[in-house]
Design a protein around this ligand. Sequence first.
Ligand code: NDP
Length: 240
Amino acid sequence: MKRVLVTGSGRGIGKAIALQLAKDGFAIAVHCRSDRSSAEAVVAEIQALGCHASLLQFDVADRAAARAALEQDIASHGAYYGAVCNAGITRDGAFPALTEDDWDSVIHTNLDGFYNVLQPLVMPMIQLRSGGRIVTIASVSGIAGNRGQVNYSASKAGLIGATKALALELAKRKITVNCVAPGLIDTDMLQDVAQEELLKMIPLRRAGSAAEVAATVAFLCSEPAAYITRQVISVNGGLV
Ligand code: NDP
């Protein structure tokens, strides 16, 4: 059975991706940082569907912890066929007020997380010789920039660059690497965002759902998407 890791899949977009990929026949490694009980509930939900799920817990910003957890997991259960780098945070604020911690925590989680998770995972994936799928979750902010999100926009723009470069490196191994860039999606992350003004800017006049993002990720992980790599697919209601 093909294993796929979905980081930050205890809730929100990651949870929807994990559930969709499980329904599509992948064995899922559900992953969390702090909220273990929510991640355990996702594992139980997947298992109740008759699908296979396991649980991994580590901070994607902690390089040593990520490597240790992933190497141990791969030694026990074998290499991953796919990975979805979804875990991410915001620490918004106007640039003059942005603290060092606001900057560092967002870059360490959203951008360093790409290296910390994928670096231990890619060589075993290559050695599996089965091709593979990597999807990163960026944001409309990484494409267009967003006021109050200089740190977040930088991290997501960096993630897009890293995704495209890795796609070039892994193409000869039949491993596709793509990015999904959501717009305004109805999850916990939106709780602190003033939505009214933003909604007026969205041609489809509504926030998207986590399931709508998951459907795009699932397609990119599917067999028919084998000829799509190095792309950024927006799921944003026409926002950009
Ligand atoms: P949520 O805040 O609902 O969930 C974030 C998830 O990421 C949680 O499962 C959390 O785990 C995990 N996570 C956060 N930091 C870390 C860390 N350091 N190490 C490990 N796991 C971590 O966010 P969304 O579901 O809304 O967002 C998912 C992704 O989509 C993010 O990358 C976000 O930037 C992106 N996105 C979201 C948009 C939106 O409108 N919602 C728009 C555009 C992009 P735990 O609960 O255990 O802490």
